[in-house]
Design a protein around this ligand. Structure first.
Ligand SMILES: [Zn+2]
Length: 247
């Protein structure tokens, strides 16, 4: 069978047998592809260092029975800066894990690949203080692409303006006015404004912005709940990041 080129982002690698690795890849058209890199764990492998999670790579793939087979790999952007420190690498793990859960094998969401690469580049160069807002910006955009764009302009239940302190319905994916809110998680007006901004701003702009820390913490916590509510799989990297890292 003839090999074909595919631009991918490496999301995850899993050991297979003695020396091989199974790669979970996000293709440039937004699909999940699984491929085996034979001999990748041998120190002499030509794939060594080129197929680490977070690397954007041009692959040559040969169709296989269970997995595609990597026949060549040329690195486009290793995003090596992501592995330079702990805070950055745990933030990048959240992005890779959420992409893995959000992209469906065989189904394509073309915008995901662009968002993924823009997010990883932004995380690479953002200062420590800006990492959490960058992760939050990724989460809200990824959910919007996945069909869960948060409704922030009016009460999702009664369509009033829901000004001031409002609730947020995880189930309905939007703001609730005090009359409709009940026991929904609360969202203050400035955090709601920040969520709208995170939806529309570029990842670069988010990584550069000095945002108020209270609102960053509140929007991150809310998006964490929102993602966890709607994605069926357990998001270990997100839980770890939320509990472990202090920024
Ligand atoms: Zn209402």
């Amino acid at each position: 069978m003839t090999a074909y080129p595919l631009q991918v982002l490496v999301l995850r690698k899993t050991k297979l047998g003695e020396a091989d690795m199974i790669l979970t890849l996000l293709s440039s058209d937004g699909r999940i592809v699984r491929a085996v890199a034979k001999g990748m764990r041998k120190p002499t492998s030509r794939f060594a260092g080129r197929l680490e999670p977070g690397s954007a790579t041009d692959l040559m793939l040969a169709p296989g029975r269970t997995f595609e087979v990597v026949s060549d790999a040329r690195s486009v952007n290793l995003h090596a800066g992501l592995r330079a420190d702990y805070e950055r690498s745990t933030a990048a793990s959240v992005v890779l894990d959420v992409l893995d859960k959000i992209a469906v094998e065989g189904q394509a969401e073309e915008r995901l690949f662009g968002l993924a690469c823009a997010t990883l580049s932004a995380l690479e160069r953002a200062t420590q203080e800006h990492l959490r807002a960058t992760v939050t910006g990724f989460l809200i955009k990824a959910m919007a692409m996945h069909g869960y764009r948060p409704h922030l302009d009016s009460c999702v239940s009664c369509a009033c303006a829901a000004e001031g302190q409002a609730g947020f319905s995880l189930e309905a994916g939007g703001v609730l006015c005090p009359a409709c809110g009940g026991s929904a998680p609360q969202l203050n007006a400035s955090s709601r404004e920040m969520l709208s901004w995170l939806l529309s701003a570029t990842m670069d702009a988010i990584a550069d912005a000095d945002l108020p820390s209270r609102e960053v913490a509140e929007t991150f916590a809310l998006m964490r709940q929102f993602v966890t509510y709607h994605l069926p799989a357990r998001l270990k990297a997100l839980e770890f990041y939320a509990n472990g890292s202090g920024t």
